[in-house]
Design a protein around this ligand. Sequence first.
Ligand SMILES: NC(=O)c1ccc[n+]([C@@H]2O[C@H](COP(=O)([O-])OP(=O)(O)OC[C@H]3O[C@@H](n4cnc5c(N)ncnc54)[C@H](OP(=O)(O)O)[C@@H]3O)[C@@H](O)[C@H]2O)c1
Length: 292
Amino acid sequence: MATAVFLTNCFFNHSLINKPFSHRLPAIQTKIFPLKASKMEGSEITEEKNDEILEEKKKVFVAGATGNTGKRIVNQLLAKGFAVKAGVRDIDKAKTIFTGNNPHLQFVKADVTEGSDKLADAIGENLDAVICATGFRPSWNLLSPWQVDNFGTVSLVEACRKCKVNRFILVSSILVNGAAMGQLLNPAYIFLNVVGLTLIAKLQAEQYIRKSGINYTIVRPGGLKNDPPSGNVVMEPEDTLYEGSISRDQVAEVAVEALLYPESHYKVVEIVARADAPQRSFQELFGAIKQR
Ligand SMILES: NC(=O)c1ccc[n+]([C@@H]2O[C@H](COP(=O)([O-])OP(=O)(O)OC[C@H]3O[C@@H](n4cnc5c(N)ncnc54)[C@H](OP(=O)(O)O)[C@@H]3O)[C@@H](O)[C@H]2O)c1
């Protein structure tokens, strides 16, 4: 499994640079309601009247929250003031990854191969958006990429419809449409399709999303790195990039920022990081991509 991950990363060209990563944290819209303080005079229990306030946060469901990108998405959402429902296969594992009992983080069991009804139960009510950061885990099951990266993502979109969630962010991959881009002989395209038709599975799911009517942003990153960000994000329209790499921190940032800017709506964006790229705001980056 480690070999497969290593090879996957090697097939994407790495562009390493030393520019700082933008830590801009845009404020999200929150409604502030005064919490009524209760005071029981004349009884044994006396509560001090206080001016506590309760913030109503926007709530996002993250599928694949224990993954390398998924956990970064969860952490960035929390840091930016969202409440998070983390969809995970193993809640005990999730508790070892997210320590500290954040009251705005909730874990719920969600296996995307178990169908849209179960996923709808997991998503529940009053969610504002779903971010999908799942990816098959290498195993002897050759159908796994198709079950997770195609059918699993489709089920998640169906679950969104059942739960009346109309915002969906997908972490996909560059080269999913490699055949149409003339990249049939690109080693990354060949390798990732030899492993269970992974890129074709992802492309099928993307096509379903785009026809579904849901307000989507499909984020297609280049090769993923766990290293801290280096270089600035380059964002291009679909079927443009066929090499390059990017830190998972930046991928998570793009997925979360997509929730903040309407310029990202109904768009497919491809991203890598490059040393020579100018630093641009996410609004500018998303805004420069034409809707198709
Ligand atoms: N590796 C690359 O260079 C590269 C490049 C471009 C795009 N991508 C894509 O980017 C996405 C994120 O990649 P990553 O490397 O950060 O992911 P990752 O670390 O491999 O994590 C995958 C996540 O998917 C979850 N998952 C697997 N099967 C599932 C199922 N049946 N139901 C629910 N969740 C399931 C895993 O859960 P568990 O934690 O329970 O296993 C894990 O949370 C993936 O779609 C990947 O294909 C990868």
